[in-house]
Write a protein that binds this ligand. Structure first.
Ligand SMILES: Cc1cc2nc3c(=O)[nH]c(=O)nc-3n(C[C@H](O)[C@H](O)[C@H](O)COP(=O)(O)OP(=O)(O)OC[C@H]3O[C@@H](n4cnc5c(N)ncnc54)[C@H](O)[C@@H]3O)c2cc1C
Length: 340
């Protein structure tokens, strides 16, 4: 098995796949390493999830994405990205987690649970969906609490508290209520999030106003017990009977992973990784960032629509560097258009 590459891409989400496809087209030897199945984050999205982007905005390399409705569903996106990987025979290792990326004399050593690989360039495209923003309250570890929402059927006839007021929380609240759950939203601020999809926001506001879905504003959860949750409301403590809690309060990138590679993070609460937006190269030479990981704690800033471009930017930069080097030394692996 080949273990030495021009480029290793950590993370096989839509953007890691876009990077692999571009690398292949340009004749670089590359390997995508993904810890789960193809587009693992999308696989773990709610089963009925519909993207807010229309399908052409999720296309990579202008490969047509045909969906039934203008905005595709999760299953259609899985089909699209999976077909890109299989039809183009992308070089991807699945269910292989990268544990460390270290550099020695400008060569990276990428360690996984199974192997150690080397490459001159590495792209980190690990997204932000692995680490939920925790509530940090007693009882959060109870099995009735989840930071991921999958299927409304599970919550039918149950008292469900949905913590959060952004798209994920609102979609879950509406869907579960429509499948027969008794839903209460716990909202930290004074209103439903302003970034909630403009066609969904009136729906949730109307359901709350008519009393179908209950909502506590300016409220936080202070404790979760097996059959109740304790709320801190503007009117004092409230004890709410409860069967399940969906804490949908967002996610964050794995900052520790970035720091162990030597990538600098801003010291403010945004924790923005240090990279050059013109090349996507970080403060470590040859180490690039792609996709939604670039936003640090600002996870709403980047999405597929506006980060798919990272693939072409990075590969163009890598080719430029390789060409500059091959003026003196020739690179045998650079064969235009040859898949690896
Ligand atoms: C519910 C929801 C709806 C969204 N809707 C839209 C939308 O409509 N339009 C839009 O443009 N964007 C949308 N987004 C944002 C965007 O789709 C996702 O964040 C997208 O998945 C980002 O792509 P990515 O490749 O950067 O990261 P990801 O898709 O998160 O891919 C990262 C990959 O890295 C892997 N990984 C992580 N750590 C390791 C490791 N150590 N070793 C190996 N592999 C690793 C993960 O398993 C994962 O597959 C949505 C996000 C969410 C949560």
């Amino acid at each position: 098995m080949e273990k030495d590459f021009d480029l290793i891409i950590v993370g096989g989400g839509p953007i890691g796949i876009a990077c692999g496809l571009e690398a292949q087209k340009k004749g670089l030897s590359y390997l995508i390493i993904e810890k789960g199945p193809i587009v693992n984050s999308l696989f773990n999205y709610p089963v009925n999830m519909q993207f807010f982007s229309s399908s052409e905005k999720l296309e990579i390399d202008e490969i047509p994405f045909i969906s039934k409705e203008a905005k595709p569903k999760r299953n259609e996106a899985l089909e699209y990205y999976r077909r890109i990987v299989t039809s183009n025979k992308l070089n991807i290792h699945l269910f292989e987690k990268v544990s460390s990326v270290k550099t020695y004399n400008e060569v990276f050593q990428v360690k996984t649970e199974k192997e150690t690989y080397s490459s001159r360039q590495v792209i980190i495209s690990t997204g932000f969906y692995d680490l939920p923003n925790k509530l940090n309250v007693p009882g959060e570890e109870l099995p009735k609490v989840s930071h991921y929402y999958k299927d409304p059927h599970f919550y039918a006839n149950q008292k469900l508290a949905v913590v959060g007021a952004s798209n994920s929380a609102v979609d879950a609240a509406l869907e579960c209520w429509r499948k027969g759950a008794d839903v209460t939203m716990i909202i930290r601020g004074p209103e439903v999030g302003q970034r909630v999809k403009y066609w969904v926001r009136p729906d949730i506001i109307n359901r709350i106003e008519e009393g179908s879905i209950k909502a506590y504003y300016n409220t936080t959860v202070s404790e979760i017990r097996p059959d109740v949750i304790i709320l801190n409301t503007p009117k004092g403590e409230v004890e709410l009977p409860n069967d399940f809690v969906l804490a949908l309060t967002g996610y964050m990138p794995n900052f520790e992973f970035l720091e162990t590679m030597g990538i600098q993070l801003s010291e403010d609460e945004k924790r923005l990784p240090d990279y050059n937006p013109e090349t996507m190269e970080t403060n470590i030479k040859g180490l690039y960032l792609a996709g939604v990981i670039c936003g640090g704690m600002e996870t709403h800033k980047w999405f597929i629509e506006n980060s798919r471009i990272h693939a072409k930017i990075i590969i163009a930069e890598i080719l430029k560097k390789i060409k500059a080097n091959t003026k003196t030394v020739s690179s045998p692996s650079l064969k235009e258009g040859k898949p690896h």
